[in-house]
Design a protein around this ligand. Structure first.
Ligand SMILES: [Zn+2]
Ligand SMILES: [Zn+2]
Length: 229
C-alpha cells in the first residue's frame, strides 16, 4: 500500500492544499492512503471521517510536531498533546501512550533533527525521502539510516496539490487505521519510494534521483555502481 505520509492542509498556515482537493485527487495520483500532518494540530480530523473512505483511500490524522531538537511526524492518541514538549519529553509521552514518531527531514539544513536522539536509540524511524529536501539532504538521511539500521519512510511534505503524492511510503502490510499505521511503523513494515515518472523506485536506492544526477561525475559514478543501470 502506498501512502503519502507527510501532507499539510490549509489548517497549516503555510499550506494552500485543501482537504477537499486531497480527498478528490489522491486515488488518481496512485495513492492508497494519506497521512495529514499539519503543524502542531490534528484539527483537520473534524472535516472528514478518519479511516477508509468510500473510494478506498485510507486517510489518517497525525501531526508534525516541532521541538528545539527537530520536527517529528507523530501518530497516536495525541489530540490533546501539549505544544511545547522537548524531544525527549515527546518520546517519553509516545512510549506511554503507544504512539510513534518519525524524524521529519532529519538532515534538512534549516530544520535538522539532533543526531543524539538517533545515536541514543530514542528515535529509530526517520524520513529518508522528503519531496521538499535537496538531493544531498535525502542522501545524508539515507546514510544515517544505513549506519544505525533504522526504519525509513518517505513523504511529499506537500503544501500544494502539485506536490501531493510525489514521494510515498510503501507498507508491506495492510494499513486501514491509525493503529495499523503505528504498528507498521514500529515493526519496520515499510520503505520509501518516489512516485514520479523518471525517478528510480527501488528498495534501498530510492534516495537517488537519476534526473538530478545527470551526466556529471556523480551520475557517472552512480551508473557504474548501480547494477540497475
Ligand atoms: Zn509547513
Ligand atoms: Zn512538513
Amino acid at each position: 500500500m502506498r501512502f503519502d505520509l507527510h501532507v499539510h492542509t490549509t489548517v497549516s498556515p503555510c499550506s494552500n492544499l485543501d482537504i477537499g482537493d486531497i480527498l478528490q485527487n489522491a486515488r488518481d495520483f496512485g495513492l492508497d492512503g494519506i497521512c495529514i500532518t499539519d503543524h502542531q494540530t490534528m484539527e483537520i480530523r473534524h472535516c472528514f471521517k478518519e479511516g477508509v473512505q468510500d473510494d478506498g483511500l485510507c486517510v489518517i490524522v497525525g501531526m508534525e510536531y516541532t521541538t528545539s531538537d527537530g520536527d517529528f511526524l507523530v501518530f497516536g492518541p495525541l489530540e490533546d498533546i501539549s505544544p511545547d514538549l522537548s524531544a525527549v519529553e515527546l518520546f517519553e509521552l509516545l512510549e506511554k501512550c503507544g504512539g510513534v514518531a518519525v524524524a521529519a527531514h532529519p538532515f534538512r539544513t534549516l530544520m535538522p533533527v539532533d543526531e543524539y536522539l538517533i545515536q541514543e536509540g530514542l528515535c529509530s524511524i526517520i524520513e529518508t525521502v522528503n519531496g521538499r529536501n535537496s538531493y544531498l539532504e535525502n542522501l545524508r538521511a539515507d546514510s544515517c539510516c544505513r549506519k544505525y539500521d533504522l526504519t525509513h519512510t518517505g513523504g511529499s511534505d506537500a503544501h500544494s496539490l502539485e506536490e501531493l503524492g510525489k514521494v510515498v511510503t510503501r507498507f508491506t502490510m495492510p494499513v486501514k487505521s491509525r493503529s495499523d499505521l503505528v504498528f507498521a511503523l514500529k515493526n519496520n513494515r515499510c520503505y520509501p519510494e518516489w512516485n514520479m515518472p523518471g525517478q528510480l523506485s527501488y528498495h534501498g536506492l530510492v534516495f537517488l534521483n537519476p534526473p538530478i544526477l545527470g551526466s556529471g561525475w556523480l551520475g557517472h559514478a552512480f551508473k557504474c555502481l548501480n547494477p540497475l543501470f
